[in-house]
Write a protein that binds this ligand. Structure first.
Ligand code: ZN
Length: 127
């Protein structure tokens, strides 16, 4: 497999959209993740290397930002009008937070890996 030429790289927005969907930011034909959060070493479709790209704690940070901004206003808006027991509220909001976190985290990581890749900023680690 060959490395892509710089002029063949997709623009930033298509690369970000592909990463958000968990697809290779370069070609979009193969999955970016080998498992839930482990990125592939190389895209099996186009051969682009992703092993050297690290998003570190940016994905959890972005996930907290998104989940917090989605749930907190909703909870503050709906909770004062509820008459159910406190334990139901705790169980409901904790479950909703966990479910949304598990949904957003891989998308946040895909988005950030794609941004790092598209901006050619993989850091000090090289393939
Ligand atoms: Zn690819």
């Amino acid at each position: 497999m060959h490395q892509i030429q710089e002029q063949d790289r997709p623009a930033l927005m298509p690369a970000l959209r592909r990463g958000l969907l968990g697809r290779c930011p370069n070609c979009g034909r193969a999955r970016l993740f080998a498992s839930y959060l482990k990125q592939v070493d190389r895209c099996p479709a186009c051969g682009e290397a992703y092993r050297h790209i690290r998003s570190d704690d940016a994905a959890p940070w972005l996930t907290i930002l998104v989940v917090g901004h989605l749930l907190a206003p909703f909870i503050l808006w709906i909770e004062p009008g509820l008459t159910w027991p406190t334990w139901v509220s705790i169980a409901l909001w904790c479950s909703a937070t966990l479910a949304l976190t598990f949904l957003v985290l891989p998308r946040a990581k895909g988005f950030l890996l794609s941004a790092i890749w598209a901006m050619r900023a993989p850091g000090s680690e090289r393939d």
